[in-house]
Design a protein around this ligand. Structure first.
Ligand SMILES: Nc1ncnc2c1ncn2[C@@H]1O[C@H](COP(=O)(O)OP(=O)(O)O)[C@@H](O)[C@H]1O
Ligand SMILES: [Mg+2]
Length: 265
């Protein structure tokens, strides 16, 4: 599906601020953006620029000191109890380390079924069918449901974490460095998988990476973070070919293949 940029956003960050400790500057300082249905917004920036802190505020793992996160029309901070749980179904996260979201002693089928148990009224047989379908959709096999996470490679484990994240058809998927721990060919496969799932289900995606060459394969728009601030935000092609901010220009020239491409165009 093509991103519907003129549609109301599925997710919006409004002037998010987060400070750890009292001294020093905030880890995230006034970050705002909106994600359209079916769109992938990549956020890039060097280590420590505030990307993960932003991601954690987006999904409600930490509370902003100021600003707000809107999921559709709803302010996440204003939701409580059952309504908050219902909204969480719409907002899922994929981490760099899939073991962070998979219980090591739980069979992967049960891990994938967990959100179905929490958020749907599917019975056990329907959940098993759905898990088999999800495993197939992420490039694994239904019989893998009975195995433990340690029986899989890093790339396969990330596929399992993605299956779990999309189990309840979220409207938004926040991915924080989802391929950074993988080798280059596995990275490309996981990016393909995410792009395919987005195509078929239409979730809006925030894709975080320190690596500008990775996001090139998946981003519709790119936001560049530095020192807790979003210093530039624009269509991917514009960021690569005509970056406005000096820091973005430095990032782009640090990627040899992009630099070469920029010169010839
Ligand atoms: N839980 C925390 N406690 C204290 N400082 C933190 C915490 N999490 C992140 N930080 C600090 O906030 C800044 C941004 O970190 P982070 O959001 O993880 O950056 P990135 O994901 O871009 O590498 C860094 O200076 C980091 O040390
Ligand atoms: Mg990080």
């Amino acid at each position: 599906m093509t991103p519907v940029l003129e549609a109301p956003p599925v997710l919006e960050a409004r002037c998010l601020v987060k400070r750890f400790g009292r001294a020093g500057r905030p880890a995230v300082n006034g970050v705002s953006f909106a994600v359209a249905p079916g769109e992938t917004l990549a956020i890039v920036g060097e280590s420590g620029s505030g990307k993960s802190t932003t991601a954690r505020m987006l999904v409600g793992l930490i509370r902003p000191d100021a600003g707000s996160v809107l999921l559709g029309p709803d302010d996440l901070a204003a939701l409580r109890g059952r309504r908050l749980r219902a909204r969480r179904r719409d907002l899922q996260m994929v981490f760099q380390d899939p073991l962070g979201s998979l219980n090591p002693v739980m069979r992967v089928g049960d891990s994938i079924a967990e959100p179905l148990l929490l958020h749907t009224d599917l019975d056990a047989a329907a959940r098993r069918d759905r898990v088999a379908d999800l495993l197939t959709r992420v490039g694994l096999r239904p019989e893998h449901a009975d195995r433990l996470p340690r029986e899989f490679s890093g790339g396969q484990r990330q596929r399992i974490a993605i299956a779990r994240a999309v189990a309840c058809s979220p409207r938004v998927l926040v991915c924080d460095e989802p391929v950074s721990a993988l080798d280059v060919s596995t990275q490309a496969q996981i990016l393909d998988l995410l792009a395919g799932l987005r195509e078929s289900t239409g979730f809006g995606c925030v894709f975080i990476s320190h690596d500008l060459s990775v996001v090139r394969l998946i981003a519709d728009r790119i936001g560049v973070m530095r020192g807790g601030e979003l210093v530039e935000l624009g269509p991917a092609e514009q960021i690569y070919q005509d970056p406005a901010h000096e820091y973005t220009r430095a990032l782009v020239s640090a990627v040899p293949s992009l630099h070469a491409r920029r010169k010839v165009t």
